[in-house]
Write a protein that binds this ligand. Structure first.
Ligand code: SF4
Ligand code: SF4
Length: 655
């Protein structure tokens, strides 16, 4: 039916003298991609770094369509006269263009805002439009209501509001008796002339935030060099200030973001609530030392570092990275807990523990030990911890099956891969690493692993999650150095655990490791990203047996944040007969050590029950693929089902 109508439209446009003017897009994937352009457009506009930001105050003006072009031309001239330009976005078809001029509200923004609003108002009246055309008035446009409707109607508004709310409790200052739009006391970033001007505290960050520490010329769009933006917190505050309160993170369909809010429905457990708390702390509005005080700790407590906001927030607020920064400062002041050491230093003691697994696993065997671990370490007695085992990947691998460094470099990018075996797959689920090596070899690649003392080289992920940034830097530097020669030769670094491999593409770049980390990050690929890339290039020769069971996929949050879920689907579709179904879910709730902690157990299970576990229970005969170690544990705990890594599935199907 729709396709017939589309065809008729094509013919009609041809008859009207515009042949070829209709872009036909009947394919669902292409349609989705097109809608993504709209979302991406908003992101680009809103993610302007520096102190000048697109400010909304005339963005809701609407004029009759025939005048829209003249109106926008005239407005562009107004902006130019005030030394700025507008960012245009939205739906011209109804006469509204959500234009936001770029202004620095800490300096001359307020004066320019009023001047531009007054000139825009004259234009709106000239073209017989409306000052608030779509979204309402709020505090900022309130003072233009009387201007728009005249004194008689405004008096009627007043009478209605007084009748309904004689005590003035509901939304005071809206519609009736609004404040001045440029009242500095109401600004988030108050100018120097305001009673409490906006100032940032002095803080030396442990991560590199210099990319945010810039200024941008609103007219030329030229951005100053990283680190030159004058931010006394090295760019951290500017990164936090990227949150413009638009509230996208309060939506329940905004991708992964924000799992904690979806459970508690409390603003403080939301990306925006966290960003606002951080902003207040970093601008001294919560008192001295507030960055490591109770308010920020409470706001950060339920952030599972899923990185959902890094991708889904229109301005790219990266709360997971901010949490690492905060944790480091918080622990510097208050000290690390026993649990921090246990989690953070896992890569250091995992090899020892796997030599004496009966001792390391005593918590699971001794009656009462779980309760004690809850009391002393804060680890939930309701959770079984991953079990140490003596048959680690490192002890069970046949070295002869792996290529040497020289053989790997000689084979080159098209014929070799370096398998990065992380702490979790190396020590707890070695079969995943064996499976990945088997698949890569079956596909014709020489496979190499980098080792240190006969074991793994660590990426630093667990240290980051415990706020041990110096240790994380040392570990990440070791790994980067070990991988560098291969990356320089263009050889892919293939990883299995999303949070570990993607550390190379994310936090490792903020640890001050320089150019070498950049080089390695460019070659770091998840197992499926590598296979999908090779398949696309026509280089993948994998013979797989068919399956006849449903296939469910749960994407790890970091895979979602880096757009690495669709390659998994692409690879699973290589299996004859497979129809992989992606479970539409947010974070599984385990999130590293989060779900193991007694105080987070309930919230963790609520996150899992929101979508993931019910979807798995609905398909009792499905194979469940989940690449994240903690996701697999959550699924086992909550749905009593054994999820598997995609590498293990593929290896089991090798023909
Ligand atoms: S953190 Fe939330 S409110 Fe702030 S910009 Fe991102 S989506 Fe909008
Ligand atoms: S990292 Fe995840 S939990 Fe934390 S604020 Fe962002 S979306 Fe929410």
């Amino acid at each position: 039916m729709l396709l017939t109508q589309l065809q008729r439209l094509v013919e009609l446009m041809g008859d009207l003298g515009h042949p070829g003017s209709v872009v036909e897009m009947p394919d669902e994937t292409a349609q989705k991609a097109l809608w993504e352009v709209r979302k991406a457009g908003l992101n680009i506009m809103m993610s302007l770094k520096g102190d000048g930001k697109p400010v909304s105050f005339i963005e809701d003006c609407a004029v009759p369509l025939p005048h829209l072009a003249d109106y926008t031309d005239a407005l562009t001239e107004v902006f130019a006269r005030h030394g700025t330009r507008g960012t245009w976005y939205a739906h011209a078809s109804v006469g509204t263009l959500h234009v936001r001029p770029i202004l620095d509200m800490r300096t001359s923004g307020a004066q320019k805002m009023r001047a531009i609003a007054e000139e825009a108002a004259v234009l709106v009246r000239k073209y017989k439009g409306a000052f608030s055309g779509e979204h309402g008035d709020g505090l900022c446009r309130g003072e233009w209501i009387e201007w728009q409707f005249g004194p008689a109607i405004n008096q009627a508004f007043r009478a209605i509001k007084q009748q309904m709310d004689p005590a003035g409790l509901f939304n005071p200052g809206k519609i009736i008796d609004p404040p001045k739009m440029d009242d500095g006391a109401l600004f988030r970033f108050s100018p120097a002339t305001a009673p409490r001007p906006y100032k940032r505290i002095e803080l030396k960050p442990v991560l590199d935030w210099s990319a945010w520490n810039v200024n941008a010329d609103p007219v030329t769009e030229q951005t100053t060099a990283p680190g030159t933006g004058g931010d006394t917190t090295g760019g951290l505050a500017k990164a936090v200030e990227m949150c413009n309160n638009n509230g996208h993170c309060r939506k329940f369909d905004a991708g992964t973001m924000c799992p904690s809010y979806r459970v508690t429905r409390d603003e403080q457990h939301l990306t925006r609530g966290r960003a606002n708390t951080l902003r207040l702390a970093l601008s001294g509005q919560l008192g001295p030392d507030a960055f490591t005080g109770d308010a920020v700790r409470e706001a950060m407590d339920l952030c599972v570092s899923c990185k959902g906001c890094k991708r889904d927030c229109p301005t790219g607020v990266d709360m997971a990275r901010m949490k690492v920064e905060w944790l480091a400062h918080d622990r510097q002041r208050h000290g690390h807990t026993l649990k921090d050491h246990l989690i953070g230093r896992l890569p250091d003691y995992a090899a020892w523990a796997s030599r004496l697994p009966w001792l390391a696993n005593l918590r699971e065997a001794l009656p009462g030990a779980r309760a004690l671990s809850e009391k002393w370490l804060g680890l939930s007695a309701k959770r079984a911890l991953p079990r140490f085992r003596s048959d680690t990947f490192w002890r069970t691998r046949d070295e002869a099956q792996f290529a040497t460094r020289e053989q790997t470099l000689a084979a080159g990018p098209a014929k070799a891969a370096v398998l990065f075996v992380d702490t979790f797959n190396g020590h707890f689920e070695g079969e995943n690493a064996h499976a990945a090596a088997k698949v890569l070899k079956a596909a014709g690649y020489a496979v190499h692993t980098v080792t240190k003392g006969g074991g793994h080289v660590c990426c630093g992920r667990t240290y980051l999650s415990a706020g041990m940034v110096d240790e994380a830097r040392t570990k990440a530097a070791e790994l980067v150095d070990a991988l560098l020669p291969f990356a320089q030769a263009g050889i892919a670094i293939v990883g299995l655990e999303p949070s570990c491999l993607l550390t190379l593409r994310d936090e490792a770049l903020a640890l001050g490791l320089g150019e070498r980390a950049e080089v390695v990050s460019k070659q770091a690929l998840l197992f499926e990203e590598f296979l999908a890339r090779e398949a696309k290039a026509g280089r993948l020769a994998l013979k797989l047996e068919a399956i006849d069971r449903p296939l469910l996929l749960h994407g790890h949050c970091h895979q979602k944040a880096f757009g690495a879920v669709s390659p998994i689907l692409d690879v699973l579709e290589l299996i004859p007969g497979a129809k992989p179904q992606l479970i539409e879910s947010s974070c599984c709730g385990m999130a590293g050590s989060f779900g193991y902690e007694a105080k987070h157990h309930t919230v963790s299970m609520q996150m899992a029950e929101a979508a993931l576990l019910p979807a798995i229970r609905q398909q009792p005969d499905a194979i469940v693929v989940a690449d994240g170690t903690s996701c697999r544990h959550q699924i086992a705990d909550g749905a009593q089902r054994q999820a598997i890594h995609a590498a293990t599935l593929l290896a089991s199907l090798l023909a």
